[in-house]
Design a protein around this ligand. Sequence first.
Ligand SMILES: [Zn+2]
Length: 387
Amino acid sequence: MSKVVDQWVERLKGKTKPVGEMTHWERMAAAFDLKETDMVPVAPELDYWQITYAGYSHKEIYNDVDKTTDACIKTWADLRCDAIWMYVDISHQIEHFIPAEKRPEYFIHRGKDDYLLFKPIAHSLDEAIALFEQRVWEKYIDGSRPVTHYTPHMLQLLEFQEKMDRQVPVIVGIGTPTNYAETVVEVQNFLKWMVTEPEDKIRYYLDLVLKERLASLDFYAEFAAKNGAQFCCGFGGARTWGPKHLEKFGDVDRIWVDKAKTIFPYVFWHICGHNLPKAMETVSSWDGIKAIQYDMPYYGQEIPWSQWCEQMARLMHGRQCAMNSPTTQMACHGTPSQVSQMVAEFIDATLPHTTACVMPGCEIDSFSPVENLRAMINTARSRRGSA
Ligand SMILES: [Zn+2]
């Protein structure tokens, strides 16, 4: 039982005005199932933004689970998006790989609205392999933020979801094998080693990471799915891998999806940054992924926005719901009318081919103006969704 959740449930249950004919949950589920919806669903990834919006600083919520949850629910109550994203930062993902006394060296707070920065926890492929061979997280998990912060926060939001009778789904975000493989060493280092290190050593490392990620899904089955979670975002890595690397090593993510889909009915993939057509093809070919949160085309591909969206929608036809728009840059730096236009172009280009969900390719910048969020939401709300 959580006091912060109960206060919100008391304030909101039976008192929120319906948005459209479907509930938020029904709208998201239908889009994932490629069915018609009363409105195009809208579910921007608000993790850091909602903290700022609710009037907290990131330092303030860092050790305060109740305030973190309060920020997420307050934001939902005001904006009524079709899903609630958990707040997640990098410490939730890797603090249990680091001994307690060393943690302060690895995580850095800058300004009050800024992202938490971190330093890579392995500096060579050998060091990274050793972390996973020795299963260091088993030694360091007690008192680490996955236990003290991430899990209680997730449980509070799921308690809210259930007590509100599943009006609105909570999205549980989980790092996939390639995401972890890259994060613990920093993406650019891993990309370099893919060229300089022997292939079987890369393979060995990825298999170790896969093993850890598959085991972590047992935790999610026990603590997320059993408490009502049905929507899961797989934070993918491998965003700039070439076709050869995807063919050689991309199967670790596919194997992860094969297990994730047995735990969560609604799994979607997050592939942000500048997307390569080959990476998009690979991800959309995996069974079990019901939606893809994609981003901009790769550098140098001079292609108009609506054409890019159409190309991706065709790729996902009959397979996935397309999630995008506006870009995170536009959400932060554009005007409300530019945001609306970009969202409308995405919807127009997508709906002839598959369902759409309005959701920028990556998380909303903490400094994005609320007017832009409202423009995004209103544009989605003004359109029926169908495939
Ligand atoms: Zn991202």
